[in-house]
Design a protein around this ligand. Structure first.
Ligand code: CP
Length: 301
C-alpha cells in the first residue's frame, strides 16, 4: 500500500482493506498521533464537499502534517485553461500526497497516471468514492461486529450513486446478500449486477420499501440533482424513498441506518434520535479511517 494511489476500492485486496480498518481503530482510540510532521498533503476539490474535505483536513491535522490546496477551482489557473495533467504535475512537485475530488469519471485514474506522488480519489463523478467505502466498512464492522454474511439494503439513487457502487464491490469480499431498492430510472447499473452474478453473490431488486425486517444495514442515498441532465426526470424521482420512524418498527434491533450524507429529505428528521440511526457517527468515523488511509499510503503504519 505504501506509495500506492487509492483510485478505486478495487485497488485494495481484502487483506489491505482489513489492514486499513485495523489501523483506523487505533486512530479512533488515540486521536492525535503527529507522525507526519515532515509531510505536506495537497487537497484539491474541484467539486463541493463538506464531510470528505473537512474530515481529510482534520485527519491531516491530527497526524501533524500540513495541508495546501483549494476548495473552488474557479480560484485556480484551471479557469485560464490549464489542463488537469499540468495541474497535477505542478502540485505533485509541492506535496507528498494528493487528495482530489473531481466531477469527471476517470479523472482520478488519469491524475494518478500523471502524478509523481500517490493520489487519493475523494470522489470522481458518478464513478467511485473509495475512502467513503472504507469508512462505510468501518462503520458496518463496528456496528455489526463483523463484515461477513450481512444483508445490506442499498436504497435510492443506485444509478449515479458512486458510494453504493464502491460499497457493493468492497462488500463482495464478505459474502453479503443485497437488496436494491430503486425506481426503474435509478436501477443499479448492469455492470455492477453482472459483477455480483459472476461472483455468485445473491441480490434482489425491488421498487418498494419492503422486506426491511431482513436488513442488517439500510444504506440510504440522496437523489443527486447534479448528476441529472434531464431535470424533469430528477423531479419525477427525487422523493421516491423517505424513511420514517414508523417504517422501522419491525426491523432488527441491531440494524443500523447509514447514509454518506448530505441528506435532503430521504431520512425524516424524526429518525435522527432513533438508536438505529448511525449516519452522524458514520461521518465522524471518516476522520479515523482517513487517518488510517493516509498513514498506510505514506508508510507510517
Ligand atoms: N459523503 C460525502 O462525500 O459528503 P461530502 O460531499 O460532503 O464530502
Amino acid at each position: 500500500m505504501k506509495n500506492k494511489s487509492l483510485v478505486s476500492i478495487n485497488d485494495y485486496s481484502k487483506e489491505e482493506i482489513l489492514h486499513v480498518l485495523n489501523i483506523s481503530k487505533d486512530f479512533e482510540n488515540n486521536k492525535n498521533q503527529p507522525l507526519l510532521s515532515d509531510k505536506i498533503i495537497a487537497s484539491l476539490f474541484f467539486e463541493p464537499s463538506t464531510r470528505t474535505r473537512l474530515s481529510f483536513d482534520t485527519a491531516i491535522n491530527r497526524l501533524g502534517a500540513r495541508v495546501v490546496g483549494f476548495t473552488d477551482s474557479a480560484s485556480t489557473s484551471t479557469v485560464k485553461g490549464e489542463s488537469l495533467k499540468d495541474t497535477i504535475k505542478m502540485v505533485s512537485n509541492y506535496s507528498d500526497l494528493i487528495v482530489m475530488r473531481h466531477p469527471l469519471e476517470g479523472s482520478a485514474r488519469y491524475a494518478a497516471e500523471q502524478s509523481d506522488v500517490p493520489i487519493i480519489n475523494a470522489g470522481d463523478g458518478a464513478n467511485q468514492h473509495p475512502t467513503q467505502t472504507l469508512l462505510d466498512l468501518y462503520s458496518i464492522q463496528k456496528t455489526q461486529g463483523t463484515l461477513e454474511n450481512l444483508t445490506i439494503f442499498l436504497i435510492g439513487d443506485l444509478k449515479y450513486g458512486r458510494t453504493v457502487h464502491s460499497l457493493l464491490m468492497a462488500m463482495s469480499h464478505f459474502n453479503p446478500t443485497f437488496f436494491f431498492v430503486a425506481p426503474e430510472e435509478m436501477r443499479m447499473p448492469k455492470e455492477y449486477r453482472l459483477f455480483l452474478e459472476q461472483k455468485g453473490i445473491e441480490y434482489f431488486e425491488q421498487t418498494k420499501m419492503e422486506n426491511l425486517e431482513k436488513g442488517d444495514i439500510l444504506y440510504m442515498t440522496r437523489v443527486q440533482k447534479e448528476r441529472f441532465s434531464d431535470l424533469l426526470e430528477f423531479e419525477r424521482v427525487k422523493n421516491s424513498y423517505i424513511i420514517k420512524n414508523a417504517m422501522l418498527e419491525n426491523t432488527k434491533e441491531t440494524m443500523r441506518i447509514l447514509h454518506p450524507l448530505p441528506r435532503v429529505n430521504e431520512i425524516d428528521v424524526d429518525v435522527d434520535t432513533n438508536p438505529k440511526a448511525y449516519y452522524f457517527k458514520q461521518a465522524e468515523n471518516g476522520v479515523y479511517v482517513r487517518m488510517g488511509i493516509i498513514a498506510a499510503i505514506l508508510g507510517i503504519k
